[in-house]
Design a protein around this ligand. Structure first.
Ligand SMILES: O=C(CO)COP(=O)(O)O
Length: 134
């Protein structure tokens, strides 16, 4: 499975904590992240992560491009609902593409835990068998 990990600045500690707690599961998958989030998780866990640009510099759009190419299976995007982002249109676009392509998306820790436990139990395997859409 290809999994994207993204967090806004005030949510990065949460995502690092999450990735640390579940690193054994995450290590079994191909991980992608926006620039700064990826660095933080790599430092904390040693997980191998393909890093894109920082979110405000296009990283959200790079991950969105993978989704549009049906090349991403799950997204953990810990958004900060209390801080305006300079690249808000990119944030909205990424969430929208997840909905367009039926990509499981967790935007907070509560959903993230359920999603990852579901992944571990094989509940998301339908993605691997699904017809590739273009
Ligand atoms: O801004 C982001 C998501 O919208 C995240 O980008 P960084 O991981 O580079 O901080």
């Amino acid at each position: 499975m290809k999994i994207a990990l993204i967090a806004h600045d005030r949510k990065k500690d949460d995502l690092v904590q999450f990735a640390t707690a579940y690193q054994d599961i995450l290590a079994q998958h191909d991980l992608y992240a926006t620039g700064t989030t990826g660095s933080r998780i790599q430092e904390a866990t040693g997980l191998t992560i393909t890093r894109f640009r920082s979110g405000p510099l296009g990283g959200d759009q790079q991950i969105g491009s993978m989704i549009a190419n049906n090349d991403m299976d799950m997204v953990f995007f810990f958004r900060d609902p209390l801080t305006a982002q300079p690249h808000e249109p990119d944030v909205t676009a990424l969430v929208r593409l997840c909905d367009v392509y039926h990509i499981p998306l967790a935007t907070n820790m509560g959903t993230a835990e359920i999603l990852l436990k579901g992944l571990q139990k094989g509940l998301v395997d339908w993605r691997l068998n699904a017809e590739r859409r273009q």
